[in-house]
Design a protein around this ligand. Structure first.
Ligand SMILES: [Zn+2]
Length: 218
């Protein structure tokens, strides 16, 4: 489980149990003063295959594409930092409500705010969407687009589109990354080599979304 905002702050990964995490979903993290715990990239259908009786994610994706789907499960106010993914994405809300802030490809790049922090499948922004929106407004540029999703709503986020996502309520999201075989396997090899170098401490060591800062020296 991830605590806080690993896209902007140091990544903080903690162990929890399924029961503990679900019990905290209904609590307002601001009332308990605990960091918001967000279970990310969880393989929901592998752990609970009976859900496949009600849910057929393949219906959402183009035929012949390679798909990897994972669930994001968190309480109200859980969020991701501003980022864009390297693959196309369909986000399907199963329970609760979520808000997506969206900015077109090139917008964070033009503001020279792309982070050097390592994430195998995404690029991250130095600033969150609130701070970036203020800056865009001051420059007379368009504000981020806002899309709210409820249960059963799906949103297609093309690769390269910057997005930051916040839970308006405790929610369960099934997210599917997909791409053509050629693009997906090409990226898998390229990013896999970087991940190996990173794991060996040769690339962006201590500056990533995959390792807790506390596990080793910077
Ligand atoms: Zn790492």
């Amino acid at each position: 489980m991830v605590q806080g905002n690993r896209e902007i702050d140091a990544a903080h990964l903690v162990n929890t149990t399924w029961g503990e995490h679900l019990a905290r979903l209904d609590q307002d993290p601001r009332a308990t003063h605990e960091p918001v715990g967000h279970l990310k990239e969880f393989d929901l259908l592998k752990h609970f295959p009976a859900l496949r009786d009600d849910l057929d994610p393949s219906a959402l994706f183009p035929r012949g594409s390679v798909v990897s789907h994972q669930a994001w499960i968190g309480p109200a106010h859980a969020r991701t930092g501003l980022h864009h993914d390297l693959l196309d994405n369909v986000a399907l809300t199963l329970r609760g409500r979520k808000r997506f802030y969206l900015l077109p490809p090139g917008s964070v790049e033009a503001a020279q705010l792309v982070s050097r922090k390592f994430d195998r499948w995404a690029r991250l922004s130095v600033l969150g969407v609130d701070a970036l929106a203020q800056r865009l407004e001051a420059q007379g540029l368009a504000a981020p687009q806002v899309v709210d999703l409820g249960p059963g709503d799906a949103l297609y986020v093309p690769r390269g589109w910057w997005h930051e996502v916040v839970n308006l309520e405790a929610s369960v999201l099934l997210s599917g990354f997909f791409g053509s075989r050629r693009r997906t396997w090409g990226l898998w090899l390229q990013t896999g080599a970087l991940q190996l170098a990173h794991n060996a401490g040769l690339w962006r060591r201590g500056h990533c979304t995959c390792h807790s800062r506390a596990t080793g020296p910077g």
